[in-house]
Design a protein around this ligand. Structure first.
Ligand SMILES: Cc1cc2nc3c(=O)[nH]c(=O)nc-3n(C[C@H](O)[C@H](O)[C@H](O)COP(=O)(O)OP(=O)(O)OC[C@H]3O[C@@H](n4cnc5c(N)ncnc54)[C@H](O)[C@@H]3O)c2cc1C
Length: 409
């Protein structure tokens, strides 16, 4: 049987697209490699503009019913100011997208499973434990895979690459992946038993040689990340690595972090080097890429899910508006995505330079930035782009002149 769409990868993007297109009446095949979703230290925080995308896709109630948890307040701590001053400058997170109370958090494995199950309910053919052997694009697209000991070749009008950073569909499409240089190490851990942390309050901060981010997941569970210099590759290796990682959260400038340090690891500690990647045109005849397969933003911004949901909305809109038998035109998607990722790359570079560089010069620069941006809010436009969406800021917030104003004073 032929499908309208064969989607390789049943993570966030693949399953969300499968739901959307199956609900629209398309014949969808969804192929997922894993047999169970596991904590791989992946996105669990959806920015307010990403929540708007989720709503537009008709998936908001589904994610809320699965346990999606809103955050309402943000605090930036810093070694150059006392905790009370940081807390007095708390930012309300409900002002960045209409009708969205703040970022939405949901554990990644549960998030994936919720979407995958909904795709099956919507009528997509959803397979797990699949090993994809070959992807063919062009005028007769097909995907060959092993499932339950059987080799199957499925024909589809379009093959979608939604299988994350390592993408077979991207290779088959001959789409080059551009990558910039890694900036810092970024490790993540889920922590339980965090007593006394307001579960609607997220926080970030930098002190000494460590920058942290904390995103409560509801109850006493918090997803935490820590950034450190590239030269310190093995800093949290070894059997007691997770304990040493949690101890790094104890900071004079953020005394609340002691409750994180007193918590217990509830998943693996994985470290990644943070960088950006992008593709010029995430499509080819017979194939299109969404999510990380099309290029990812530095996770310091926490925007991979929002980017992926925007991709799903744009690609599904194009498919729904393509007349039966016509070839979908993905150029508007490619153009929008190129500018979106350029702006977010710029925002990520500024955020990383401010929060994940260490030593006296970096400390002085952060201090100057915090003092000046309290008086001139245009200096924090890159941070607003992260929360409100990059298209909602003026173009000159993404120029070298703006970078110089932020970093050099
Ligand atoms: C440390 C870290 C922290 C992050 N934090 C955040 C955050 O807080 N907020 C945020 O928005 N984003 C965050 N991200 C990014 C976010 O996790 C990703 O951008 C997002 O998950 C991309 O979704 P996706 O569907 O493209 O890929 P994935 O979620 O990676 O899903 C890909 C799926 O494809 C499957 N697959 C892979 N290969 C194959 C194959 N050959 N055949 C079939 N199936 C295959 C995988 O098993 C997986 O289920 C973070 C990333 C990192 C590394």
């Amino acid at each position: 049987m032929g499908y309208d769409l064969a989607i390789v990868g049943g993570g966030i993007g693949g399953s969300a697209l499968a739901i959307t297109m199956a609900r629209a009446g398309a014949r969808v095949l969804l192929l997922e490699k894993s047999t169970a979703y596991e904590d791989r230290v992946r996105g669990e925080w959806i920015a307010p503009w990403g929540v708007t995308e989720v709503k537009q896709l008709g998936l908001y109630d589904l994610l809320r019913a699965a346990g999606g948890h809103h955050l309402q307040q943000h605090i930036t701590y810093d070694e150059s100011r006392d905790p009370a001053s940081s807390e007095a400058a708390a930012l309300a997170l409900g002002m960045f997208a209409p009708g969205v109370p703040g970022p939405l958090c949901l554990g990644h494995p549960l998030h994936c499973q919720t979407l995958f199950d909904e795709a099956a309910r919507a009528g997509a053919v959803c397979l797990r434990g699949v090993s994809v052997e070959a992807v063919r694009l062009g005028d007769k697209p097909s995907v060959t895979y092993m499932h339950d000991g059987q080799r199957v070749t499925a024909q589809a009008r379009l093959i979608v690459g939604a299988e994350g950073r390592q993408s077979l569909v991207r290779d088959a499409a001959g789409v080059a992946l551009n990558q910039d240089k890694p900036h810092h190490w970024f490790a993540g851990l889920l922590v339980r038993g965090v007593e006394g942390w307001d579960d609607a309050r997220q926080a970030i901060g930098t002190e000494g040689d460590f920058g942290f981010l904390a995103f409560p997941q509801g109850g006493d569970t918090v997803r935490v990340y820590g950034g450190y210099a590239l030269a310190e590759k093995g800093r949290f290796h070894g059997a007691d690595g997770a304990r040493r990682f949690l101890d790094a959260f104890r900071m004079r400038c953020a005394p609340q972090n002691d409750s994180i340090a007193a918590g217990a690891p509830a998943g693996p500690l994985f470290s990644y080097f943070n960088n950006d990647s992008w593709t010029e045109a995430p499509f080819a005849p017979g194939g299109v890429l969404i999510g990380d397969a099309a290029g990812w933003n530095d996770p310091i911004n926490g925007l991979g899910l929002s980017i992926t949901y925007r991709d799903v909305r744009m690609v599904s809109d194009i498919l729904k508006h393509t007349p039966e038998g016509a070839t979908p035109d993905f150029r508007p998607y490619a153009e929008e995505r190129a500018e979106r990722m350029r702006r977010l790359r710029f925002a990520g570079q500024l955020q990383a330079a401010l929060d994940m560089e260490f030593g006296e010069a970096a400390k002085a620069r952060r201090r100057s930035y915090h003092e000046r941006s309290a008086q001139d809010q245009t200096l924090s436009f890159h941070a607003v782009a992260i929360l409100a969406g990059p298209e909602n800021l003026p173009p000159d917030a993404f120029t070298e002149a703006h970078r110089a104003r932020v970093l050099n004073g």
